[in-house]
Design a binder for this molecule. Structure first.
Ligand SMILES: Nc1nc2c(ncn2[C@@H]2O[C@H](COP(=O)(O)OP(=O)(O)OP(=O)(O)O)[C@@H](O)[C@H]2O)c(=O)[nH]1
Ligand SMILES: [Mg+2]
Length: 287
């Protein structure tokens, strides 16, 4: 940020000469570099926060697919009511459970279908909202259903979730049928007799561990710090756009000053002296 700011401030000092001597490509690549670092820190907060309050795992699928049976199998207890009546689960059920040292929040949801009454309809709306806020979505399919039917469900769920969300597809009821098809790295399980449920649980742990590996060495835990980082990132993006549009350096410099101010809220302010110091250390200009 110091390098970037000093390049532009220097240009402003010579604004009467009407020259652009800070190389635009260099400015943009510096901004990209800083934005990437800032993004990484912002993401580290999401990870830190998810781990602190439990990584949300939404279990979704059609009625009778075996979602509640799966929840019970993961928790090793009869937490949710299981029955052969389609539409048994009406409201969402949430339970925390620690796997591989990571706290998860499992959310059993109402099966998705065209509801035949208002209560079920409300439950399904909740399913969609949980689907959107979850980190991991487990889509439970009935392996005995025909492929085309399941293809449609997969497509409709993929449409609903964001890129940030991990989708794990399971084909359930392996005890009564062998699915002759799969979806990428989907798992064939039986929630009823528990087969392959361990493998599914390992997937959850592996995914969260991979998130951890992607994040910065520093994990941001303060909401205030994330707000400062986000503000700085947005100003940097606005500076980048201004450069692209050939907007005068004064305006770009102003965005950068504000971005510095926000970063300063975390690290302590960057003083004018530091900017001047950086200018004089790089350029042959007399004070
Ligand atoms: N054979 C077999 N039956 C299963 C399996 N998993 C669930 N079932 C049966 O399927 C029926 C529905 O199971 P639930 O767990 O209630 O299904 P659900 O997806 O929660 O259904 P809704 O709450 O209605 O959306 C029950 O009769 C279960 O015993 C399985 O792996 N194998
Ligand atoms: Mg259920």
């Amino acid at each position: 940020m110091l390098e970037l700011t000093s390049l532009l401030e220097l240009e402003l000092d010579f604004s009467e000469e009407d020259v652009e001597f800070a190389d635009r490509t260099k400015l943009v690549s510096l901004i990209d570099e800083i934005c990437a670092e800032t993004e990484k820190l912002i993401r580290s907060f999401e990870y830190g926060n998810a781990v602190k309050s439990g990584v949300p795992v939404a279990i979704v699928g059609e009625p009778n697919a075996g979602k509640s049976t799966l929840l019970n199998a993961i928790l090793h207890e009869d937490r949710a009511i299981v029955s052969s009546v389609a539409g048994t689960t009406r409201d969402t059920i949430e339970e925390e459970f620690v796997l591989g040292g990571i706290r998860f929040r499992f959310i059993d949801t109402a099966g998705i279908r065209n509801a035949d009454n208002e209560v079920e309809e409300l439950g399904i709306q909740r399913t969609y909202s949980k689907l959107k806020s979850a980190r991991i979505v487990v889509l439970v399919l009935d392996a005995s259903a025909d492929k085309q039917h399941n293809d449609e469900i997969v497509a409709s769920i993929e449409k609903e979730i964001s890129d940030e969300t991990k989708l794990i597809i399971v084909l359930n009821k392996s005890d009564i049928c062998d699915a002759e098809y799969g979806y990428g790295d989907s798992l064939l399980i039986s929630a009823l007799d528990g087969s392959n449920v361990d493998a599914l649980c390992r997937r959850f742990v592996e995914y969260v561990s991979s998130l951890k590996a992607e994040t910065a060495d520093v994990v941001i835990t303060s909401v205030r710090h994330v707000a400062s980082l986000t503000a700085a990132r947005d100003l940097l993006l606005s500076a980048k756009q201004a450069i692209g549009e050939g907007i005068p350096s004064d305006f770009i410099a102003q965005d950068l000053r504000e971005a510095n101010y926000h970063l300063g809220e975390i690290t302590g302010a960057i003083s004018t002296d530091e900017v001047l110091g950086s200018i004089f250390s790089k350029f042959c200009i007399g004070k």
